[in-house]
Design a protein around this ligand. Sequence first.
Ligand code: NDP
Length: 472
Amino acid sequence: ELARIGVTGLAVMGRNLARNLARHGHPVAVHNRSYGRTKELVEEFGHEGTFLPAETAEQFVASLERPRRLVIMVKAGGPTDAVIDEFAPLLEPGDMIVDGGNAHFADTRRREQALRERGLHFVGTGISGGEEGALHGPSIMPGGSAESYEALGPLLEDISAKVDGTPCCTHVGPDGAGHFVKMVHNGIEYADMQLIAEAYDLLRRGAGRQPAEIADIFRGWNEGRLGSYLIEITSEVLAHTDAATGKPFVDVVLDQAEQKGTGRWTVQIALDLGVPVSGIAEAVFARSLSGDADLRSAARGLPGPVPTGASDVLVDDVEQALYASKIVAYAQGFNQIQAGSAEYNWNIDAGAMATIWRGGCIIRAKFLDRIKAAYDGDPGLPSLLVDDHFQEAVRGAQDAWRRVVATATTMGIPVPGFSSALAYYDGLRAERLPAALVQGQRDFFGAHTYRRVDREGSFHVLWGGDRGEVTA
Ligand code: NDP
């Protein structure tokens, strides 16, 4: 018997993905650089389905039906190249290499091109949901050729999460599109987590609530429009008590957030594309600030507002501010997907991305249905913020949103996510922006020229001379 698909790289993600495939009745070949993991998998979980363990790369490839489907789940970067170099010479035209790791989409584009020249399909695939998702149904974002999706799609859709019977997996677009979308997903995840963390801080320090109470508040919010995996786990984390000290768990955890890099990539690429993803950027910077222990200790005594002891922040206001800020964060992320799609000719269906993020992944949220509906209504929607539904939601929330940001500022509680989202919103809707002055400054010191509101063309003022205007 031959395997329908193979997985190489059997750490947590690869092992669980292989088990997921086997549990769905797909015979799966399994391989790992060191054979120990392969043996362990088959010994522990062999009863779950048909596993074909391979000790060598040659055995692994020989155990796959054609065209071969080979999934790589190894550490992203150099290891992925090493594994591709090992397997590509053993494959034949038409075979498919699926990279399910967290690759940078530029690497995926490079690899796809190199393998395409050898007649092989390279399918850079975003997989979200962590180890639980990999086992029980992740959100899957495959890139690569449409032809490869015909051979892979049914398998991937079968093992993906389902929401209302719809798989959380679709063909995202050519070459690096899948990894790009996964990257932006992670960026949005950063922003969403930061906003939730700010909401917690506001409820704790601004409204004077204890972690257990805040856990209840989040549990309540989870029943409403904010309903999502991240809100749900937030209430669980806040309700948890540290066994050793009896204190709220959140109070014994060192307040220095770490990061593995996909948030940073999202912001770096957004800078290149010229897309303002301020919510994601603030989230990445907030983690960096939290992690700079030396700088924070040097700054600890800096003056802030005199504490009044008042609990001025209203719980309902925080819910509204959180929802409005979250709409902004997602609007920015989706704009980045559209900008990437335009830059690389990926033709990505934004609404379909909302659909496959409804289950399996970390940002799964009720309101993704609304995002899907917004793009169904207008596939070329310039921003989620101008969609009727979201416009109404922000209209209803904006007074509370402004109160929260103002009160937080007065109290000295940092809300970079909430406040940058509000600034972005006010910037977008402004009749006139001070960018006109910036253009004037640029023209003054660098003769960079400007355009006028009343005439076509580029102009320059002779700042060093008679200050007359000339056509540039
Ligand atoms: P790790 O990222 O920890 O990678 C460990 C695996 O990579 C092992 O199988 C290891 O083999 C293999 N490996 C490392 N270097 C090489 C090499 N030079 N040649 C061959 N194999 C090598 O595993 P995870 O399961 O955590 O993640 C796998 C991929 O999935 C990563 O790209 C990760 O970013 C991505 N991912 C992870 C998620 C998560 O929640 N953990 C979520 C979504 C994606 P050996 O056993 O021989 O050391």
